[in-house]
Structure formats: structure tokens, C-alpha cells
Design a protein around this ligand. Structure first.
Ligand SMILES: [Zn+2]
Length: 313
């Protein structure tokens, strides 16, 4: 896989359904695309040559252009707009809760780089739950360095997905997940910069780092036969206005959290729940295991975050 790069291009698939190409790359001398269905938020990949670039014109004189209106009203663009238009926070920016009322919860499991083994008992429990005989819906925030450091555990997770025991939405958690224990939050994680710069140069440096981190992590997933999703979680949940905007331009949706179990936060319907599955935060896992024993709790795919009060889409 070479020349992996971001883009934004509306196209139609073979069934004439609207998709947005968000990445292009070359493989086996052919151009490939990573696509988003802007209604379901599902991603897919396709050979670029199979995509239609214009609508079938009703009359031969019409060029078949897309309108911006039909794209901007989709749940995908609505979520991106929601995340880039809210006031910026140093920590926990992005979407934290379903936009509308939903009957269920969103489980996200962060896999920051760690020298500990993963939470085996917890993941095995998830994979064996099979609610209503369906795979368990879970968002896993995967960092590139965790993947590279834990190849067998990562392969086990992929296997549960392909066997239909887990339905994993891979949340991008950057490649390095860089962190220094002696820096304040505003200079740490994705806001880190090794030298003094003025504000503009600093923003440009940080945005370039984000794009790099994000694209490398996506490529790693694709190279392991997995599909990156449109969701992203900032390391340490630390971001700023420039980072949030840059993420929107890359077509990604930042996920915050409103129920970090290890911090004692209590989930409400529609909550994004956070636990760490990398062996670094046992108290959250203990609480989550108890939640998994509860009957009548629905675990929802992250795409349901875009449902509005009328139940759209
Ligand atoms: Zn993390």
C-alpha cells in the first residue's frame, strides 16, 4: 500500500448510493478508495475504477453534479459539523453522548500503548455474550504502538470480529499516542512540540503531526485486513481548536466520554462509556464486568450517535 492520502470526493457505488471517498491509496498498481456511507457512517474500500463520479443524468444535457445540500444534510456531515462548531475544551472535547434519545449505551475500550497484557478475562466475556445471538457491539480505540507491541492479542481481537462474536468499530487512537509524564496537558499528547515556536507555526506543526499519526494508524489497520472507522479519540482526550478542525477536514469525528467508569462516572442512556482494555486501569474493568452482567442493557454501535430525536436515520 503506497501513497495513502486524505481526500474528499462524493461518488456513487454500483447500486447508485451516495458515498464519500475520504482516502486514496495505491495497491498492486491500482488506485483504491476508503469510502464512508454518509447515512450509516459505515466505511468500506473499493477499487476507484468501480466508482461512479457523476449521477446518471435525467437528460443527456445534464452533467450529473452532486449538490452540497444533499451531502451536508447527511448524518455524517451533521456529526462533523456538531463537533467542529461547539466551544473548544482542553480535555474531553468532541461527542460524548448520543445527539438524540437512544435506548442503550456505547462501550469504548481504549488501547493506549502498554507493556501489560490485555484484559483477557474482560475481552473473553465480551466475545461470549452474544446478546440476542448477535455479535457484541464495541468501539476499540486502537493505538498503532499497542498493535505492534501485542501482535497475538491484536490477532485474537480481529478473529473475534471475523467470527462474528464481536462487532468491532476501530476508533483511531493515533499511531504513537505520545505522552510525557512531566509535561502539563496543554503541552502534552497531540499538543506536544519539541521546540519553541510562535502560535501559527505551532498550530501548523501540530496539525501536520495529527495528519501523520492518523493516517499511519489507519494504514496499519488496513494492512491487517481491518477497516478504519470515521471515529477518532484523542490520546489523553487532549485537543484544541486547531486539532478539532484538522480532524474535521480529515473526515473524522472526535469521541469524548461522559462515563469514564474508573473515575466513578455513572452511565446514562446514550452515554459513551470508557474503559481501558490495555491492563493499565483495573478499577474500570471491574465496574464494566458488573455492567455486562446486567440484563436488558442494550449495547449500541457508534453510528447510532447520529440518531436525532425523531429516530433519524
Ligand atoms: Zn489512550
Amino acid at each position: 500500500m503506497t501513497n495513502y492520502r486524505p481526500t474528499f470526493l462524493p461518488v456513487l457505488d454500483q447500486q447508485e448510493r451516495l458515498h464519500l471517498v475520504i482516502r486514496l491509496f495505491n495497491q498492486n498498481r491500482e488506485l483504491h478508495a476508503l469510502l464512508v456511507d454518509p447515512y450509516s457512517l459505515a466505511t468500506s474500500r473499493a477499487k476507484f475504477s468501480t466508482l461512479k463520479l457523476r449521477k446518471s443524468a435525467a437528460s443527456k444535457n445534464l452533467p450529473g453534479y452532486f449538490s452540497w445540500k444533499e451531502i451536508e444534510d447527511t448524518p455524517y456531515m451533521r456529526l462533523i459539523r456538531h463537533c467542529t462548531s461547539t466551544p473548544n475544551l482542553l480535555q474531553n472535547d468532541g461527542i460524548k453522548h448520543a445527539l438524540g434519545s437512544v435506548n442503550g449505551f456505547f462501550l469504548t475500550v481504549d488501547m493506549c500503548p502498554s507493556s501489560n497484557p490485555f484484559e483477557k478475562e474482560f475481552f473473553h466475556k465480551l466475545a461470549n455474550l452474544m446478546p440476542n445471538s448477535a455479535p457484541f457491539e464495541v468501539g476499540i480505540s486502537m493505538s498503532g504502538l499497542w498493535m505492534l507491541g501485542h501482535p497475538q492479542e491484536f490477532a485474537w481481537l480481529c478473529e473475534q470480529h471475523s467470527q462474528g462474536r464481536l462487532r468491532i468499530t476501530w476508533i483511531n487512537h493515533t499511531f504513537r499516542h505520545l505522552y510525557f509524564k512531566d509535561l502539563p496537558l496543554e503541552k502534552n499528547f497531540m499538543r506536544f512540540n519539541p521546540i519553541m515556536m510562535d502560535t501559527l507555526a505551532n498550530s501548523l506543526f501540530i496539525e501536520a503531526s495529527l495528519q501523520d499519526e492518523e493516517l499511519i494508524a489507519e494504514q496499519l489497520l488496513l494492512e491487517h485486513g481491518q477497516l478504519p472507522s470515521v471515529f477518532f479519540r484523542f490520546p489523553g482526550l487532549v485537543s484544541d481548536k486547531a486539532l478539532i478542525r484538522c480532524l474535521g477536514n480529515l473526515g473524522l469525528i472526535p469521541l469524548g466520554v461522559d462515563a469514564w467508569l474508573a473515575k466513578g462516572e455513572i452511565p446514562q442512556p446514550g452515554s459513551i462509556i470508557l474503559v481501558h482494555g490495555n491492563g493499565n486501569e483495573k478499577p474500570g474493568i471491574t465496574k464494566m464486568m458488573a455492567w455486562l452482567d446486567k440484563k436488558d442493557v442494550r449495547w449500541l454501535p457508534l453510528s447510532y450517535l447520529a440518531h436525532d430525536r425523531k429516530g433519524f436515520p
